[in-house]
Design a protein around this ligand. Structure first.
Ligand code: UD1
Length: 420
């Protein structure tokens, strides 16, 4: 078990490198099951969620390894459709392999997925969508799936679930007909999935809108493909908020901020100046104390992203004024709040919302991360607090951020990782 010790108060200066989006890479690893050659995922984050997914690929006969920052996947030798219990229970994205396994083997067997402790995470939307496409599902802790019909169809999702949209796309690419997904998720990570599948030779259209159409293709036409997913908008947003809380000047490549527009907008009208250094680089200069954010409501893309909610709340704790955040995607995603309060922050939860009265100063504290983004929020608070903080439960943060301590240290933060 590891922890971070942070001495808060340092300003952050320098350039930050953002990895490919975790939420693109995880479904891409599943999608590689539908390739007949090698897949090279560039700028792939070395994070524990990716390691679990690569173990899953290996457990069913595929190959997966890092060559520098490129993840190399070869699923041509995959020969099993049942995922091992221990690995599937460690990560929610394990469930996103179901669609790919169904397309390849017409069968899949998984255990109920695990994942971050951010409230209830049912799978009913996935199941009912797959049933609409003629997949029979036998449900217990071990869930088995079997394709009974391979024609096309129309699937209407009752909520634009990211994972269900991805699963249905993956389950549809090799069907004999056209599948239309209505009210699907519009996240940029789904656009990445579409681009990768089309590179392989599948026919997916409409990602980024609320209707996706998949024209079935018998086999992929390409063999080896190289793909660079979008930069991680959550990682970029977390560094933007770190700057807003600590002050300083951080350089981002322009593409890093492409999908972080709602965070850039919130901060752009606030205490930071966005300066174009050249056609590739933005300099974000954080000038003075950030003003509170008023009311922010999370929702499916393009609304404010739930995976930035805890980090925004941490920033609001030191902003000038009152912020109200309503959480509409994971209504119980506030477990981190009781830890954040240890810094003296004025933050209270009311049902699915929290109200934060910003303070000029918060103090160092010993805090324990219980989930990935909540852990990032505690780390941000530690960076901005007066004095020393200890953040336990670093493994949660490592699920989604590659070497965040090293990246912050390179910007001037005083942060040390050590075994407990
Ligand atoms: C993905 C992201 C996660 C992000 C979330 C919402 C990955 C690997 N993870 O998770 O980081 O926080 O999108 O942007 O991409 N729901 C149901 N039934 C279902 C499926 C979902 O009720 O069958 C509900 C969930 O409980 C939640 C909401 O729908 O309230 C959104 O979940 P969903 O979009 O499916 O999230 P994930 O795909 O699991």
């Amino acid at each position: 078990m590891e922890r971070f010790t942070v001495s808060g108060g340092n300003r952050l200066y320098g350039a930050v490198r953002i990895n490919a989006a975790k939420n693109s890479v995880l479904p891409l690893i599943s999608a590689s099951i539908l390739s007949e050659g090698k897949t090279y995922i560039k700028n792939c984050p070395k994070i524990s969620d990716v390691f679990v997914m690569t173990e899953i690929i290996k457990s069913i006969g595929g190959k997966a390894f890092f060559d520098g920052d490129t993840l190399v996947l070869d699923a041509s030798t995959v020969c099993d459709w049942k995922l091992p219990e221990e690995l599937t229970k460690r990560i929610r994205a394990s469930f996103f392999t179901v669609g790919a396994l169904l397309s390849r083997f017409e069968k899949a067997g998984v255990y109920s997925p695990g994942g971050c402790n951010i409230g209830k995470r049912p799978i009913d939307i996935h199941i009912s969508a797959l049933k609409t496409l003629g997949v029979s599902v036998s449900e217990s802790d071990y869930i088995s799936f079997k394709v009974n019909r391979r024609d096309g169809g129309k699937v209407t999702l009752k909520f634009p679930s990211v994972g269900a949209t991805e699963n249905v796309i993956l389950a549809s690419v090799r069907r004999k007909g056209e599948v239309r997904i209505v009210n699907c998720a519009r996240e940029p990570e789904i656009v990445d999935l579409q681009e990768y599948l089309n590179l392989l030779g599948y026919k997916v259209n409409g990602a980024g809108t609320d209707e996706i159409v998949i024209e079935g293709v018998e086999k992929p036409s390409a063999r080896d493909v190289e793909f660079t997913p979008s930069p991680d908008r959550i990682e970029a947003g977390t560094f933007l908020l770190a700057g807003a809380m600590c002050g300083g000047e951080i350089e981002f490549r322009r593409e890093y901020l492409k999908n972080s527009l709602n965070i850039t907008k919130i901060l752009g009208n606030n205490a930071c100046k966005i300066i174009g250094k050249n056609d590739k680089i933005y300099i974000i200069r954080f000038t003075g104390r950030t003003k509170a954010f008023g009311k922010v409501v999370t929702g499916p893309y393009p609304e404010f992203v739930t995976d930035m909610q805890p980090q925004l709340a941490a920033c609001a704790c030191v902003a000038d004024g009152v912020t109200v955040i309503e959480e509409k995607v994971f209504p119980e995603r506030f477990a981190y709040v009781s830890e954040l309060k240890k810094t003296g922050a004025d933050i209270e939860v009311f049902g699915n919302a929290c109200v934060i009265v910003g303070k000029k100063n918060i103090g160092g504290a010993v805090m324990s991360a219980g989930d990935l983004r909540g852990g990032a929020a505690l780390l941000l608070a530690g960076l901005a607090a007066e004095g020393r903080s200890v953040i336990c439960g670093v493994s949660h943060i490592d699920r989604g951020y590659e070497r965040i301590d090293e990246k912050l240290r390179a910007l001037g933060a005083d942060i040390v990782r050590a075994e407990i």
